[in-house]
Design a protein around this ligand. Structure first.
Ligand code: DX5
Ligand code: ZN
Length: 221
């Protein structure tokens, strides 16, 4: 079993067949299902809410990794937790009190993550790192699938890897945006242990998803 987890982003799935798409990536070896929630305000795109998460919860037992790109985020946390999220990840800019938001996520009984946009500094993370189960580094500006990987984020991944190791805590380091078979090796080398991939997984026929996922794991397992 690889220590690198692959989290296909359903943003690139066929929404007309969402349940089938999730079953297909689960059968193809996905570790988590990454769900991008966008509000057309915090980011320039609009996707889905708790009813869809609840509906697709029936399709798999894999952890639901819910990436909240909404502002304000606090009023939605309980609904997403109740709908079946296992991890809720928020951006520091999506509410006035990040520490309180993280406590709300934990109080809702799910794991807590913080996401850093390409222009957001690692220092935003440091005061709350000990409260977290996951750090997500955005390697594109959030809002759309299929964008080009921003190379400057590799250094940020290395910085956060050092912080996590120094903390001695069990915190996952996830990278999201432009991850494909070409960029994955440098992302893994920089210290990531969860790779989100949308367009690189949901390309071609479902028959090819297993190969698409395999191509992202540096060790080929
Ligand atoms: C972008 C989302 C990503 C997106 C990644 O705002 O957070 O999860 O789906 O898509 P790819 O892998 O195509 O860059
Ligand atoms: Zn995402």
């Amino acid at each position: 079993m690889s220590s690198i987890l692959i989290a296909p982003s359903i943003l690139s799935a066929d929404f007309a067949a969402l349940g089938e798409e999730i079953r297909a990536v689960a059968a193809a070896g996905a570790d988590w299902i990454h769900i991008d929630v966008m509000d057309g305000h915090f980011v320039p795109n609009l996707t889905l809410g708790p009813p869809i998460v609840r509906a697709i919860r029936k399709t798999t037992d894999l952890p639901f990794d819910v990436h909240l790109m909404v502002s304000p985020v606090d009023p939605l946390i309980e609904d997403f937790a109740a709908a079946g999220a296992n991890v809720l990840t928020v951006h520091p800019e999506s509410g006035p009190h990040l520490h309180r938001t993280i406590q709300s996520i934990k109080a809702a009984g799910v794991k807590a993550g913080v996401a850093l946009n390409p222009a957001s500094p690692v220092t935003l993370l440091e005061p709350v790192l000990d409260e977290l189960d996951l750090v997500l580094i955005m390697s594109v500006n959030p809002g759309f699938g299929g964008q080009k990987f921003i190379q400057s984020q590799l250094r940020k991944i290395e910085q956060v890897r050092k912080l996590i190791d120094a903390s001695g805590r069990d915190i996952r380091l996830e990278v999201d945006g432009g991850v494909n078979a070409q960029t994955a090796p440098s992302v893994i080398a920089a210290g990531a242990d969860v790779l989100v991939a949308g367009s690189a997984v949901f390309k071609g026929d479902p028959d090819g998803y297993a190969q698409n996922i395999k191509a992202l794991r540096q060790d080929g397992t």
